[in-house]
Design a protein around this ligand. Structure first.
Ligand code: NDP
Ligand code: PMR
Length: 396
C-alpha cells in the first residue's frame, strides 16, 4: 500500500511540463538567479578563474617542487604519506561537494574542484567550512570538449600530482520535452555525463599513471537506476543502449537520433543510459589499462541522495515527495554527508584497491562489490561504446 501511495504521484510528476525553464535553480545555495544574472556572473568568472589558477600555479610550483609519495622520516623515524591530490568534477554541490569536504577534513587530501561555475564552487566550499588551502577551483564545463582540453592544460600548469580523478558531475533532465545539446552537438545528458568525462578520463590517464602515490584511482560515479537487475532500474523508462546506433550517428538529432539506442528523445532515459555508459566505461578502462598502468578503476552507487541538485529540473511536487519516499518507503535514502563519506572511501580507503568493481553499501554502511545488470556488464557493448566514443571526442 505504501508503494501504491508513492506511485500515485509519479505519473503526474513524470508527465508534467517543464517548469521554470528560464530560471536556474542553485539548490545548494538556495539562490535563484535569472538567466541574465547568470550570464553576468559567468562573464565575471572568466577573469576570476584565470587569476586564481595563476596564483595557485605559483603556490603549487613552490609546494610541489618534487613530491615523492612518501616524505622523509620524521624525528620519530616514521615515514609519512604526502598529501594526495584528487580531482572531483561537479564538486560545487551534492555528492561532489560532500566528498570534497570529507577528503579535505582528513588533512590528507588537496581537492581540485573541477566546476563550471567558479563562484558557486568557491562559495559552496566556504559554506561547507573547507579550509581555503585544502582546495583549488579549476574551471571545467563538461558540455564543451574544448573546455575539457583546456582544463587538462590548466591542471598540468598547477604542477600538482594527479593521484585520483573522480568523474562525478551529471545533469538529469526528466521534464525536458526536447533535447538540448552540448557545444559539440551531443545530446546534453550523455554529452556531459559520459562523453565529457570520457575525454577527461582518457586525457588524465597518463597523469594518473605518472603519479607516485601508492594507490591511484579513476572513479566514475554510476547508479542503481542504470541497472535493470534492480527494482529501481525497472522504473520506466528503463536504460537501454540498444545497438548504439544513435550514438554512432553522432547523437545530434540532425538526421539521426538524440538517444543512444536511436529512439525518441526521453530525458529520464538519456540520464539512465548515460549511467550505463559510465559503468561500462569504468570496466573497459579496467580491461585495457589496469595492468599496464596500475591505476584502480572503480564505479559506485552511493545510495539515493534524494536532496541534491540533481532533481532541480524535476517538478516541485516530485522534489517535495521524493526524499520522504526514499527515506520511509524504499529506505534507500542517504544524506549528502553519508554519501560523501562513501565516495571518499572509494577515493582513499586502503582496503578498496580492487579494480573493475562497482561498489555499493549495505544498511550498516559497509561497502560490498555489487553485481551490475547484464547490459551494464556486457564486455562487447563496452568495447563498442569505447570505440564510438573515442571517435566522437576526437581521439580516433
Ligand atoms: P548535483 O546536481 O548536486 O551535482 C551535480 C554536479 O554536476 C554539480 O556540481 C553541477 O554543477 C555539475 N555539473 C553539471 N553539469 C556540468 C557541466 N556541464 N560541467 C561541469 N559540471 C557540471 O547532483 P548529485 O550530487 O546528486 O550528483 C552527483 C553524481 O551522483 C552524479 O553522477 C549522479 O549521477 C550520481 N548519483 C546521484 C544520486 C542521487 O540520488 N542524487 C544517486 C546515484 C548516483 P553546478 O553546481 O554548476 O550545477
Ligand atoms: Mg527510484 C529500492 C527501491 C528504489 C531505490 C533504491 C531507488 C533509487 N528507487 C527505488 C524505487 C522506486 N523508484 C519505485 C518503486 C518507484 C516508482 C514509484 C521509483 C520512482 C522513481 C522516480 C520517478 N525513482 C526515481 C525517480 C526519479 O526521477 C529518479 C531517477 O530516476 O533519477 C534518474 C529516481 C531514483 N530512484 C532511486 C535513485 C537513486 C534515483 C535517482 C538518482 C539516480 O539514479 O541517479
Amino acid at each position: 500500500m505504501a508503494l501504491q501511495a508513492a506511485t500515485s504521484f509519479l505519473p503526474s510528476a513524470l508527465s508534467a511540463r517543464k517548469e521554470g525553464s528560464s530560471v536556474k535553480d542553485s539548490a545548494f545555495l538556495g539562490v535563484h538567479l535569472a538567466d541574465d544574472g547568470l550570464k553576468l556572473e559567468t562573464a565575471a568568472l572568466g577573469l576570476r578563474t584565470k587569476r586564481v589558477i595563476t596564483s595557485v600555479a605559483i603556490r603549487a610550483q613552490a609546494a610541489a617542487v618534487s613530491s615523492p609519495s612518501v616524505t622523509p622520516a620524521s624525528p620519530s623515524g616514521k615515514k609519512t604519506l604526502r598529501k594526495g591530490t584528487a580531482i572531483i568534477t561537479g564538486a560545487s554541490s551534492g555528492l561532489g561537494l560532500a566528498t570534497a569536504k570529507a577528503l579535505a577534513e582528513t588533512g590528507k587530501w588537496h581537492v581540485i574542484m573541477a566546476c563550471r561555475d567558479f563562484l558557486k564552487a568557491s562559495r559552496a566550499a566556504k559554506a561547507a567550512g573547507m579550509d581555503k588551502d585544502s582546495f583549488t577551483v579549476v574551471h571545467l564545463d563538461l558540455a564543451s570538449l574544448d573546455s575539457v582540453r583546456q582544463f587538462v592544460k590548466n591542471v598540468r600548469q598547477l604542477e600538482m600530482p594527479v593521484d585520483v580523478v573522480v568523474c562525478n558531475a551529471a545533469v538529469y533532465q526528466p521534464t525536458a520535452k526536447e533535447p538540448s545539446y552540448t557545444a559539440d552537438g551531443f545530446e546534453m545528458s550523455v554529452g556531459v555525463n559520459h562523453l565529457g568525462h570520457f575525454l577527461l578520463a582518457r586525457e588524465l590517464l597518463s597523469d594518473l599513471q605518472s603519479s607516485d602515490y601508492p594507490s591511484k584511482r579513476l572513479i566514475i560515479v554510476g547508479s542503481i537506476t542504470g541497472n535493470t537487475n534492480t527494482l529501481a532500474g525497472n522504473v520506466p523508462p528503463k536504460a537501454n543502449l540498444g545497438d548504439l546506433r544513435g550514438l554512432a550517428g553522432g547523437l545530434n538529432g540532425i538526421g539521426g537520433s538524440a538517444m543512444i539506442d536511436g529512439g525518441e528523445f526521453d530525458g529520464a532515459k538519456a540520464y539512465k543510459d548515460s549511467k550505463v555508459c559510465n559503468m561500462l566505461t569504468m570496466q573497459e578502462f579496467h580491461r585495457r589499462y589496469h595492468e599496464e598502468t596500475g591505476v584502480t578503476f572503480a564505479s559506485l552507487y552511493p545510495g539515493c541522495i534524494a536532496t541534491t541538485g540533481l532533481f532541480r529540473e524535476h517538478i516541485p511536487l516530485f522534489r517535495l515527495l521524493f526524499p520522504p519516499f526514499q527515506k520511509y518507503i524504499t529506505k534507500g535514502y542517504v544524506s549528502e554527508e553519508e554519501a560523501g563519506k562513501r565516495l571518499s572511501q572509494v577515493v582513499s580507503d586502503p582496503s578498496l584497491t580492487k579494480s573493475g568493481v562497482y561498489w555499493s553499501w549495505n544498511k550498516n554502511s559497509a561497502s560490498f562489490e555489487n553485481q551490475l545488470s547484464e547490459e551494464a556488464s556486457d564486455a562487447d557493448k563496452a568495447k563498442k561504446l569505447w570505440e564510438i566514443s573515442e571517435k566522437l571526442v576526437g581521439l580516433a
